[in-house]
Ligand binder design. Structure first.
Ligand SMILES: [Zn+2]
Length: 396
């Protein structure tokens, strides 16, 4: 589970619900944002930074949403902005090595780096565990891009920034870091994707150290087999994949960071791809498998499900933010996404395309969200009846 929309809610609170306006010479044409580049000097967490940055959105009277070369988004209030000097230069993303150097300043000294083709894992766990996670990420990358390339009839954009994951060796050190970023919510999560920093944060959930007796040399495949034999293996694999799906969706242009995408869409997609594959040597592989963990929860919740509650799921994200309702909203988001992709794939793709044009930090009312949804899928009550029938009687 993750609360990937949490930072958005924090931001909205921080910015007092100021409605965004387009930055001075930002315009939207052909569905693309045109963004101005500037050297911006600003204060953040007691420090002064100066960086070339892309100003994505201007909010209210002088508050800015900035994208910096490390791929991070910064929401700045006017009082924290010292200077803005427009430039004709193009912002060049940092390399993996530059990001690692930047991270070393934030992390204890014992962190190491493991680089795959698209991902940068910064970790203080074993190399074997980091390699296994890296392999899962790359497997997902290939399948995710193939899947959407086929579904859309055009390739997704390559990520602009190195895809960073911080992997802590144990829960205690993960929590020390995560609580600084997201507060107490970290306690209930075993990993999350941070929309602002663009990083995955997680920890070694397998206790892999204990699986290798001291002094004994074992192959990584032996350790992976051991990892996958553990009772928690399935949820471990699902969590790693889930967070990486969020990261890929936001770095490939499929979704827009800090835009008002309904949580049921972003979470539903992550759960659609996370379904484990017991026949795979690394624990995950084929896409579009039934996610039994979520199917069983959905069916268990079904007798007490409120009639016509699909509109609430799409229009209102608050149910994902409390433990009592999130246990209902997450499985239903998986079920809805599974139904839409399996039965209405073209409509789902066109719906995603419209969502990918949303402006960061803009907000849609529940009614606007529903109008957009029904523009693609038609009558919502009829769709809801078909959805419930399909998941109960056609999914096994
Ligand atoms: Zn999530």
């Amino acid at each position: 589970m993750c609360l990937s929309n949490l930072p958005l809610k924090l931001l909205i609170a921080l910015l007092c619900c100021l409605k965004p306006t387009l930055a001075q010479d930002t315009s939207y044409a052909d569905g693309e944002m045109r963004i101005r580049t500037a050297y911006v000097e600003f204060r953040q967490q007691g420090l002064v930074h100066k960086s070339i940055a892309e100003i994505q959105v201007e909010i209210g009277d002088g508050n800015l949403l900035l994208l910096t070369p490390d791929g991070q988004l910064h929401t700045l209030e006017k009082k924290d902005i010292i200077s803005v000097e427009p430039t004709e230069e193009v912002m060049i993303p940092l390399t993996s090595e530059q990001i690692y150097e930047q991270l070393r300043a934030e992390l204890p000294a014992n962190f190491d780096i493991y680089k795959t083709r698209h991902f940068l894992l910064v970790h203080n766990t074993t190399k074997i565990y980091a390699e296994w996670v890296g392999r899962l990420f790359e497997d997902l990358y290939r399948r995710f891009y193939n899947y959407w390339g086929n579904a859309r009839g055009e390739e997704l954009a390559e990520p602009r920034f190195p895809l960073v994951a911080l992997v802590f060796s144990d829960k205690a050190s993960y929590l020390r870091f995560a609580q600084d970023e997201i507060g107490q919510a970290a306690q209930s999560m075993i990993g999350y994707y941070n929309l602002k920093t663009n990083r995955i944060i997680t920890y070694d959930m397998t206790g892999v150290d204990g699986l290798v007796p001291p002094g004994r040399r074992v192959s990584s495949s032996q350790v992976i087999t051991q990892i996958l034999r553990q009772p928690q293996a399935e949820r471990t694999v699902s969590t790693i994949i889930h967070e990486a799906v969020h990261q890929l969706a936001y770095n490939s242009g499929l979704q827009v960071r800090l835009a008002d995408t309904p949580t049921c869409v972003s979470e539903g997609m992550a759960m659609f791809f996370e379904a484990p594959d017991r026949n795979s040597r690394v624990g995950w592989g084929a896409l579009g498998k039934v996610n039994y963990y979520n199917l069983n929860l959905f069916l268990k919740n079904l007798p007490s499900r409120k009639p016509n509650s699909l509109a609430e799921l799409i229009g209102d994200d608050t149910q994902f933010q409390s433990a009592s309702t999130a246990g209902i909203a997450y499985p239903e988001s998986w079920a809805l996404t599974y139904f839409l992709i399996k039965v209405h794939r073209e409509k789902y793709v066109s719906y995603l395309a419209e969502l990918s044009e949303l402006v960061p930090l803009s907000e849609l009312s529940p009614r606007e969200r529903m109008e957009m949804f029904s523009k693609h899928f038609g009558d919502v009550q009829e769709l809801e009846r078909n959805f419930l029938k399909y998941v109960q009687y056609r999914v096994h």
